[in-house]
Write a protein of this length. Sequence first.
Lengths: 113, 117
Amino acid sequence: EPEVTQTPSHQVTQMGQEVILRCVPISNHLYFYWYRQILGQKVEFLVSFYNNEISEKSEIFDDQFSVERPDGSNFTLKIRSTKLEDSAMYFCASSETGRTEAFFGQGTRLTVV
Amino acid sequence: AQKVTQAQTEISVVEKEDVTLDCVYETRDTTYYLFWYKQPPSGELVFLIRRNSFDEQNEISGRYSWNFQKSTSSFNFTITASQVVDSAVYFCALSEALTGGGNKLTFGTGTQLKVEL
């Protein structure tokens, strides 16, 4: 069964460093998303991406964040200069159309020390 | 603004008991979708169901059933004859169509379900 794949499963980084979280969405899906879940809290929308551009971003998604689909299969989230409060589980998701359900990857747990 | 409320923070049941997880939502959209996701201890989010706002028919899938009541803005989830493997956090979510394409999910705070032997 097709699934969304995220790497790495766990990333530890020092404050101020750049990190890139990687995702391979389901192959025939056209809409891509990143969500974040701070430990013990609810899942929050970060950004949606369609037709090679951001369609919407949340207030959380400031200038430190960027997304890219560099090669037609990967979908990446970059955090330029990580802060302690960026520590969270980051979920990538994809959907076939704008109205169908989003399927989530297993998440990348980012720990900023 | 969209809002999803899951008032039950944690529920503990004994195996084989039935359990209902509540979800109440707020939206100004006339067309929307509601979802339930399961987050087991391993952390991933597992899609369970999607419901169109125009379809109020209740749905049953094995031991799972969903009761969508538009009049009370609720979308409750019942697990019949619960099992230990059902132990997880369950999230209700509401979608909002995005102008630029796609949809954005607003999640509730989740209900931690613990099923004990």
